[in-house]
Design a protein around this ligand. Structure first.
Ligand code: DX5
Ligand code: ZN
Length: 226
């Protein structure tokens, strides 16, 4: 089994103490930091842009996994790359030219990823799988933290993992939305290799480090359907 990576999403962090929160996650064993970029168009909310990515880049040595929930992502790839993104994931629903977008990300020296809304079938990215290093399977509708995990999406994760195996590919399978100690095991048992978690890490009263440890423990525990 692939090593399970934990990607705390700063969307749920205290932005007044952002650097401190990121460092606490790093000390607590986070594998990367997940940055949720929303533009008020692809999703209703507006969150953060390259300026915040740069601030996080300066606060940690961990890879920065930047999740672009924006329309016309091509226009902004360079700015996010220069701000220090390690990975740029675009939504397949947001770009009519996924191949070109992915090539552009790779040309910037950044790891390309693609994200799918819950209702988007895997078929839509099947041909692109050899070109990406990560697929983000949204397990809530994108746009907000703190929503409940949609268990009906577990078979989609399973099928993606099966396709990866059958085609001998190595991309990471990230699950994003409603991941916490109660849902991590089922996601991992279905084939997830990266757990994105906002509320479960930065909203945890025991602090990010203890929350990450709990998540890691849950991820390796025997599977239980949520
Ligand atoms: C949702 C974002 C998620 C969000 C997850 O649109 O893509 O990364 O931060 O938040 P939780 O873990 O609270 O569901
Ligand atoms: Zn995200």
């Amino acid at each position: 089994m692939m090593e399970i990576k934990i990607a705390p999403s700063i969307l749920a962090a205290d932005f007044g103490r952002l650097a401190e929160e990121v460092r606490a996650a790093e000390r607590g064993g986070a594998s990367m930091i997940h940055v949720d970029v929303m533009d008020g168009r692809f999703v209703p909310e507006i969150t953060m842009g390259p300026v915040v990515v740069r601030a996080v880049r300066e606060a940690t040595r961990l890879p920065l996994d930047v999740h672009l929930m924006i329309v016309e992502p091509d226009r902004h790839l360079e700015a996010f790359a220069h701000a220090g993104a390690s990975r740029l994931a675009v939504h397949v629903e947001a770009t009519p030219h996924l191949y070109q977008t992915v090539r552009q990300i790779a040309a910037l020296g950044v790891s390309p990823g693609v994200a799918l809304n819950p209702a988007t079938p895997l078929e839509q990215i099947a041909w692109a799988l050899p070109w990406v290093e990560a697929v983000i399977v949204m397990t809530v509708e994108p746009g907000a933290g703190g929503q409940a995990f949609i268990p009906e999406l577990l078979p989609k994760i399973r099928e993606l993992a099966e396709r990866r195996r059958a085609r001998g590919l190595a991309f990471e399978i990230a699950v994003d939305g409603g991941i916490g100690p109660d849902t991590a095991a089922a996601a991992v048992a279905s084939g997830a290799t990266v757990l994105v978690a906002g509320t479960a890490v930065f909203g945890a009263p025991e602090g990010p480090a203890a929350a990450i440890a709990r998540l890691r423990e849950a991820a390796t525990a025997p599977s239980r359907h949520p």
